[in-house]
Design a protein around this ligand. Sequence first.
Ligand code: SF4
Length: 256
Amino acid sequence: MSAILPARPRKRLFLGLTLAGFLVSCAVAFAAWRLASPGLSQISPWLPWVVAAALALLVLAVAFGVGLIILAALGFPVLTVAQRLAWWALNLLFPVVITLGRLLDFDRPRIERSFIELSNHLVRGRSLHISPDRVLILVPHCIQLDLCNHRITHKIENCKQCGRCPVGDLLRIALQLGVHLAVVPGGTLARQVVKSLRPRAVLAIACERDLVSGIQDIFPLPVVGVLNDRPNGPCCNTTVDVDAVERNLRAIVAPR
Ligand code: SF4
């Protein structure tokens, strides 16, 4: 079964949905407050206003975060501390964005690809130059040829670089640049590798869903996401554009 990915959607899809999601959330919060106010005022006449003040603070913080993301996407420098607020707002709105996108007939992977584009853009904007020994390439196990008998998840050097799957090329690039490379069977082990190696940046290869959850899980660590290709369907003999991996790595690794 062929699973050729469509053209990459631009980051403005996710930005547009985030903005729309924010406005919808404000409207829903206001409607909920209006509905709950009579009941709240029976408990205390001040309670509706206390709740209104808390909601207003939340809306202001999210609005500020969304504004920062838009500024960063447009190329304006945003302080790291402000980026945290922006990512918090994005994570908060993410489920709303996905729901709204579905209602507007955008499928989830397309929205996720747009999110990954946006995230990569923000990481590129930080102009990172990181020592190679603090950079990690994280690769899903499904990229290894299923007929290969070499146990590379425990020791990547077991790969013989025979050319039958992309692992050999990724190992060559990792050795050339001096960065870490780990092939992991799942998200839990990926998080363990990140915890033990303590990199300062990660280049992750995965499908849309895993990249989005990985990027969100290990924030504030910068993650450059490279989507895999699935010519044999999901999770079986997947591939990746090795040139894109090398280009993205060279952009964040300081020359030795
Ligand atoms: S490149 Fe490495 S992992 Fe892939 S099939 Fe060859 S030996 Fe196995």
